[in-house]
Ligand binder design. Structure first.
Ligand code: ADP
Ligand code: MG
Length: 261
């Protein structure tokens, strides 16, 4: 069954007549890891905001399990590049706040236990619970933000260049952690992941979409076959991966060329 169906979606911000997205169609199955690539300004964040229910389609629709998305819902959780933790609250309290919204009737001690468990799931020690964001590195803050997102057990995770500000090693560790969490048997969540890094998309995605420029449509789409799915170890040696990389870069490059003149 198709879990998320985007049909003839177009979008202009309210009060403007410039279309940002035009004619977007997409069928996504539950459990897919969807990577969205495209030049900056092409509308990737806007598309995530539409999926989150923070903006409304100008024409067309986005449906989840057959129901049109009309507003924000804890079942679709968003992780941003800038971590989005409240600086005046400890990491633990940031997670508790989300848990309190999701489970208003549960005891605080129960929620604290969930918060500690998810911190462990993302590879953080329990003492992080009591630390403020400024006491944590960027990588640790992003782990906390991901922990918060997972803690409320959404069926869809919307991630907007979540690792864009991290150094290469931290980024690799977080990619592995995310893949690990995603492939967890009882938590096969649908992920929409925006990146402008082709290598990151190759490593993570089961589906890849490249958005073109103004107004944005999908200029390349690919369902990753099992033999094209790399491990970190064979990312640069596997032949099917190399072919897919070539196709991706060629399409992105063509789009770039058509907008330089
Ligand atoms: N709130 C807004 N009102 C009007 N235009 C916006 C708003 N937010 C973004 N835009 C415009 O929409 C276009 C797409 O932006 P965005 O979705 O952020 O692209 P991306 O994430 O791919 O870099 C840009 O031209 C941007 O200036
Ligand atoms: Mg963006």
């Amino acid at each position: 069954m198709n879990d998320i169906v985007v049909e003839d979606l177009s979008f202009a911000y309210e009060g403007t007549d410039r279309l940002i997205l035009n004619g977007i169609n997409m069928k996504i199955n539950r459990g897919d890891f969807v990577c969205l690539l495209g030049q900056s300004g092409c509308g990737k964040s806007t598309f995530l905001r539409l999926l989150a229910g923070l903006e409304k389609a100008t024409t067309g629709s986005i449906k989840m399990d057959g129901q049109e998305i009309t507003g924000a819902d804890l079942d679709r959780s968003v992780v941003f590049q800038d971590y989005g933790l409240f600086p005046w609250m400890t990491a633990g309290d940031n997670i508790l706040l989300a848990l309190r919204q999701r489970y208003p009737k549960r005891k605080k001690s129960e929620l604290q236990k969930i918060a500690l468990d998810v911190l462990q799931d993302v590879g953080l020690k329990p003492d992080v619970y009591k630390k403020y964001p400024k006491e944590l590195s960027g990588g640790m803050q992003q782990r906390c933000a991901i922990a918060r997102s997972f803690s409320i057990d959404p069926s869809v995770m919307l991630m907007d260049e979540p690792f864009g500000a991290l150094d290469a090693v931290t980024r690799a560790k977080l990619q592995d952690m995310l893949l690990n969490l995603w492939s967890h048997e009882d938590q096969h969540k649908t992920v929409f992941f925006v990146t402008h890094d082709v290598e990151e998309a190759l490593l993570l995605a089961t589906r890849i979409f490249v958005f073109g420029q103004s107004p944005s449509k999908i200029i390349f789409e690919h369902s990753v076959k099992p033999e094209e799915r790399p491990t970190r170890a064979n990312l640069y040696t596997s032949e099917p991966v190399a072919k897919l990389r070539e196709a991706l870069i060629a399409n992105i490059n063509q789009d770039v060329m058509s907008h330089i003149e």
